[in-house]
Design a protein around this ligand. Structure first.
Ligand SMILES: NC(=O)c1ccc[n+]([C@@H]2O[C@H](COP(=O)([O-])OP(=O)(O)OC[C@H]3O[C@@H](n4cnc5c(N)ncnc54)[C@H](OP(=O)(O)O)[C@@H]3O)[C@@H](O)[C@H]2O)c1
Length: 222
């Protein structure tokens, strides 16, 4: 990355920034968080939850995905680029090398390219994969947000947080049942690890034309 200063944030994007985004394609965001909203420390997550990895893969496989440079680098190199998905990475550095992915210097540019890719691929959802900076910028254009709520804490160094979707008045939430993980672990030791999948659907705001709903397909690895 050379001498690039730390990214300190960017204004949110709106539908005015996404003029070229195709109709009929949904913008989804997906993440897993502690019940307190923590999603990472810049490189890792404070839990291991195989059921959520499976859910993530099932939901996103076959679709275009958009992520920030830090989230890209946080991916296990075995799953970078995320297989079976059209990977789009955002960095301020136009020369940033992300083998197997398309690099964009503009977040609206990345989301629009992913939308056009969805049309080409014949899928109707683009998934925003994080991290904290990217989720925050994209809340105003998200149609749907899928959050795995994990009943655990996190050590202090985990300072990256997701937007607080329960404070967003333009979405309604459907909370799934709490489930127990067979093999999940948390750095803070909760056992058995409990989790639930919560889906936030936009009811007001955003664009006027509502997109079709879809998901990806199924598979076995991340
Ligand atoms: N729990 C989960 O589900 C989940 C999901 C995803 C990520 N995570 C975690 O989240 C953490 C990373 O999140 P983060 O907030 O630190 O970083 P991030 O959002 O992944 O990436 C931030 C970087 O993306 C680029 N960027 C973002 N917005 C941009 C814009 N508008 N224009 C140009 N470039 C832009 C910049 O890259 P440059 O610095 O190169 O310019 C910026 O430094 C990691 O710990 C990861 O594991 C967790």
């Amino acid at each position: 990355m050379g001498a690039q200063p730390a990214f300190t944030g960017h204004p949110v994007i709106t539908w005015d920034d996404l003029g070229g985004f195709p109709d009929g394609v949904e913008i989804g965001m997906i993440w897993a968080q502690t019940t307190d909203g923590v999603i990472g420390d810049g490189a890792d997550m404070p839990w291991y939850l195989p059921e959520d990895l499976k859910h993530f893969q099932t939901t996103t496989l076959g679709t275009p995905v958009v992520m920030g440079r830090i989230s890209w680098e946080a991916l296990d190199p075995r799953y970078r680029p995320l297989p079976g998905r059209d990977n789009h990475v955002i960095s301020r550095d136009a020369a940033y090398d992300a083998p197997g992915a398309t690099v964009h210097t503009s977040l609206p540019g990345a989301v629009t390219a992913a939308g056009l890719s969805a049309l080409e691929l014949g899928v109707s959802t683009v998934w925003i994969l994080g991290g904290g900076h990217v989720y925050r910028q994209c809340v105003p254009v998200a149609d749907r947000v899928v959050v795995t709520d994990i009943a655990c804490g996190a050590p202090e160094r985990f300072t990256v947080r997701a937007p607080d979707m329960r404070a967003e008045t333009d979405f309604t939430v459907a909370d799934g049942p709490w489930l127990g993980s067979a093999r999940g672990t948390a750095l803070t030791g909760e056992h058995p690890l409990r989790y639930r999948i919560c889906e936030f659907t936009r009811t007001t705001g955003g664009r006027r034309t509502r997109p079709a709903r879809s998901s990806g397909s199924t598979g076995t690895t991340l």
